[in-house]
Ligand binder design. Structure first.
Ligand code: SAM
Length: 283
């Protein structure tokens, strides 16, 4: 019996240069019943550029649960839906992943209209090994989680790919330097496929230095050389196996008073002093 459900099309759109949209992508966007867009205004600009008039609905991080059910209902009624993210390939560091899973669980056919991905575009331009790589997406805004994430890949020999926003770039580079080591090579790929595309190939020391005198601008992909061999624990993270209370005790044993020790431990861990203080006193 023929499948009476509709199809979910994951449509990759340009990451900057509108010329990168595929012919098939335009055809699919023009033929589906509905386009689910992460940012409807941005997608509307794309549709207008190609003269496509089509019903749009928003599907993003904050409405993905309810909207996912709505889209599923339409697919079950036989409607075809295209999913489009802000830029690049849906489901790569954007909410598309959840819709794909929901559709698969409900027996809906999901297919891809492939195209640009910022991470792969940066990887091939980085000059770093492309044979084995690990896509790491965005680091957390929480300092402790960010450093834990970096710790977890410190000995990984794959080339590492990260996404980063310009306002967080300096902090991220500093954390990367501390955890991964300043000599690691890095390629910072910004404004890919756009007029001001730039690839800065340097080391983590060099990148920190470069941005100490220059404001980061545009969208970035950071491609970092994998570990060459097991890295020794960096001095900054001598405390990684300690509880917060042990961390405070460590500083006290080195001559600090309690207040200084709580402050130093909180700074190392990137958490509020109050949190460390409470753990120390409830130990
Ligand atoms: N789905 C997208 C993809 O396929 O790459 C990624 C979406 S993610 C929300 C957005 C991030 O991708 C940006 O913060 C930046 O790190 C990266 N990015 C997107 N476009 C870029 C570009 N033209 N140049 C450099 N990085 C870009």
């Amino acid at each position: 019996m023929a499948d009476e459900n509709g199809i979910l099309y994951l449509c990759a759109t340009p990451i900057g240069n509108l010329g990168d949209v595929s012919k098939r992508c335009i055809e699919i966007l023009g033929s589906v019943d509905l386009i689910a867009a992460e940012d409807t205004r941005r997608t509307l600009q794309l549709l207008n550029h190609f003269g496509i008039t089509k019903a749009l609905t928003s599907y993003h991080e904050h409405n993905k649960k309810a909207k996912g059910e709505y889209i599923l209902k339409l697919l079950k009624e036989g409607k075809n839906v295209a999913q489009v993210s802000d830029a690049g390939t849906p489901a790569i560091s954007d909410p598309g992943e959840d819709l794909v899973r929901l559709c698969i669980e409900n027996g809906i056919t999901v297919t891809s209209v492939p195209g640009p991905v910022a991470g792969i575009t940066a990887l091939v331009l980085s000059g770093l090994p492309t044979g084995r790589y690990a896509f790491e997406g965005f680091l957390s805004v929480n300092k402790r989680h960010r450093r834990e994430h970096l710790q977890s890949v410190r000995n990984d020999t794959h080339t590492l790919i990260f996404y980063e926003a310009p306002h967080k770039l300096r902090t991220t580079l500093e954390d990367m330097r501390q955890v991964l080591g300043g000599e690691r090579r890095i390629a910072l790929a910004r404004e890919l496929t756009k007029v001001h595309e730039e690839i800065i190939r340097t080391t983590l020391d060099g990148a920190v230095e470069y941005y100490s005198g220059k404001a980061p601008r545009g969208e970035y992909v950071l491609v970092i050389e994998g570990a060459r061999e097991a890295q020794p624990e960096p001095e900054e993270c001598f405390w990684s196996g300690m509880s917060a209370a042990e961390h405070v005790e460590h500083y006290i044993s080195r001559g600090m008073d309690q207040k200084e020790a709580v402050k130093a431990a909180a700074a190392d861990r990137g958490v509020p002093k109050r949190e460390v203080y409470n753990e120390y006193h409830n130990r």
